[in-house]
Design a protein around this ligand. Structure first.
Ligand code: ARG
Length: 575
């Protein structure tokens, strides 16, 4: 279904043509929701801009165009306001019908602009033998929300977990493993022990530089297929993947493919040779680089991409070029999205520019995010100091705290259900704390805040949904709908609910899941106001009004469940 904004934009387009502006010197600007009901529900700024561009009075252009807006059951009134804005007031009857119609649709009438298009989304992408750090946690949560939203909009999504499972760190790890491992500790906590001995290697190799040579030799042996080193590498990969997969299970995250860096290892030497031959890459002081000029991206003229080291080794960026090639050839996607922290901005500018030189034109998007800290230091998460956070610890802590609240508030529920609620609330709260903020800002985790039942939190939204579900349960077999708008609070809720698809589009377009989070928060607040002002189940409510209001309750539950689902948060019907 098309969104209200898209339908109104189409009316403006027709009006522009009818008013003789088919060759307008400015692009047709989409109609947007107003944020002040005095100006109607939606507004078009197109006539204003057009008037400016044509150097005629924009108000006159707007008035003329408004007179040419075709009649449509959606629109009750068209008004010209201010210096040349066109305001649309939606018709109550249409609003009621539109919501009623969407009650049958689990997608709640969402648009599918992605139909026929493919996007590859590269997210999570942790490194073997290391715990996921907070950057991977944010990448996993934000990336998965984008993944779900793209699918909702009809895109074919290839979610690819680009695991860091190849490189010189394995030689070091193998040396450390042979010399210093503690088998009991490894059995207890494999990644913890691997991290410990890897760090130890760092410290010891400062005093014993011969360790570095040894590690280099072990890396080389691994690359040549030495069976013992190969076996160790496989072991490290498998224990790491086991831990990562436990996290993904708990977060409800699934990848379509997991093609780590090792997948591309054999093609890298030839890739670099080929780029040299084509003149895209150049030798530089014994190494190989891809140089750029200023027009190819911000800051790139002084930042060539290093793709082969002097010792012949390939690098992170080399693998990324092979990865782009593989993705382009395998899925011919319209778009490639990468979700990592802020520090990789330059890296991706280089990779995208280099890939373009190689002929892989694409709509590349680096979705980067800021840092995350825990306010009370309960969980060490300082980047850059070598400390890392165990995501499982974060989830456990959140669930433990959620459990305390659930036990207190819902003591009457059976143990098993309380445990399930605490898991959903705890995990949901962690995700929502991340997703409800602009990804590009640094965020601070405060347990009490993110688990609060008040304010813009997962528990508050989940509770609003559960309340809607509980009203529907209590209503028994009272008919739900059709909906007739009869009260201002009903109308405000209806207009907002119908905007759901638009918000998902905006959140995807800007790569900001927080737009959807804000939207759901607003929906919860409008629902509370509606429920306060408009009794549903009270005995003196006429039957048709009750059914109509139940329809709005049901629509709210639809939207909340769909919206929470897109953020990867379980919408419990009871809590
Ligand atoms: N493994 C990398 C890291 O931990 C992230 C990989 C992101 N994806 C990519 N195609 N480079 O920093």
């Amino acid at each position: 279904m098309s969104t209200i904004a898209a339908s109104l934009t189409e009316l403006v387009r027709q009006a522009a043509i009818a008013a003789g502006h088919e060759d307008a010197p400015v692009p047709l600007e989409p109609v947007v929701a107003t944020n002040d009901p005095r100006f109607g529900d939606y507004q078009s700024n197109f006539a204003f801009r057009l008037g400016k561009a044509l150097r005629v009075n924009p108000r006159g252009v707007a008035t003329d165009m408004a007179n040419h807006i075709p009649a449509h059951p959606m629109v009750a009134k068209v008004e010209v306001a201010g210096p040349g804005f066109i305001n649309f007031h939606l018709a109550d009857a249409w609003l009621g019908d539109a919501i009623t119609e969407r009650l049958e649709d689990p997608r709640f009438g969402g648009p599918t602009p992605g139909q026929g298009k493919t996007v590859v989304i590269d997210y999570s992408s942790p490194n073997i033998a290391k715990r996921m750090h907070v950057g991977h946690m944010r990448s996993t949560i934000i990336g998965n929300a984008l993944d779900r939203m793209y699918r909702y909009l009809g895109w074919e999504v290839v979610a690819d977990n680009h695991i860091g499972d190849w490189g010189t760190q394995f030689g070091k790890l193998i040396v450390a493993w042979r010399n210093w491992r503690n088998d009991a500790a490894y059995k207890e906590d494999p990644i913890g022990e691997l991290q410990r001995i890897y760090k130890l290697f760092g410290a010891k190799s400062k005093e014993q530089p011969e360790l570095v040579d040894e590690a280099r030799a072990e890396t080389a042996k691994l690359q040549e297929g030495d069976p013992e080193n190969r076996r160790l590498w496989e072991e490290f990969v498998s224990v790491s993947m086991e831990e990562f997969n436990a996290v993904y299970d708990r977060l409800g995250v699934h990848f379509d493919v997991v093609l780590g860096e090792s997948h591309y290892r054999d093609e890298l030497p030839a890739l670099v040779d080929g780029l040299l031959e084509q003149g895209i890459a150049h030798p530089s002081e014994g190494a190989v680089v891809i140089p750029f000029d200023a027009s190819e991206g911000k800051g790139l003229s002084k930042a060539p991409l290093l793709i082969r080291k002097r010792d012949g080794a390939s690098l992170y960026g080399t693998t990324d070029l092979a990865t782009v090639r593989h993705r382009a050839n395998t899925w011919t996607p319209e778009r490639m999205v990468y979700v990592t922290d802020v520090r990789q901005q330059l890296h991706f500018r280089q990779v995208f520019a280099a890939a373009r030189k190689m002929g892989f034109e694409n709509d590349y998007r680096h979705v980067w995010f800021g840092m995350l800290r825990f306010a009370d230091g309960s969980i060490a998460a300082t980047r850059g100091t070598g400390q890392s956070v165990n995501l499982v610890d974060v989830l456990d802590e959140a669930v433990r705290r959620a459990r305390e609240v659930v036990d207190e508030r819902s003591a009457e529920l059976p143990e098993e259900e309380r445990a399930a609620i605490a898991e959903a609330v705890g995990v949901g709260a962690v995700k929502y704390a991340d997703l409800s903020q602009n990804p590009q800002s640094d965020i601070i985790f405060e347990w009490d805040k993110i688990l609060s039942l008040q304010g813009n939190t997962a528990p508050y939204l989940m509770y609003a949904n559960a309340r809607a579900c509980s009203i529907l349960r209590k209503a028994g077999d009272t008919p739900v709908g059709p909906i007739t708008i009869g009260h201002e609070a009903e109308r405000a809720l209806a207009v907002h609910l119908l905007r759901f698809g638009e918000l998902v589009e905006q959140a995807v377009h800007t790569a900001r899941p927080n737009l959807l989070a804000d939207y759901l928060y607003e929906a919860s607040s409008l629902f509370s106001r509606f429920y306060l002002d408009c009794p549903v189940l009270k005995s003196d409510v006429p039957a048709d009004v009750r059914s109509s209001r139940l329809g709005l309750v049901s629509a709210t539950a639809h939207v909340m469940a769909a919206g929470l689902g897109l953020l990867g948060i379980e919408a419990l019907e009871r809590m």
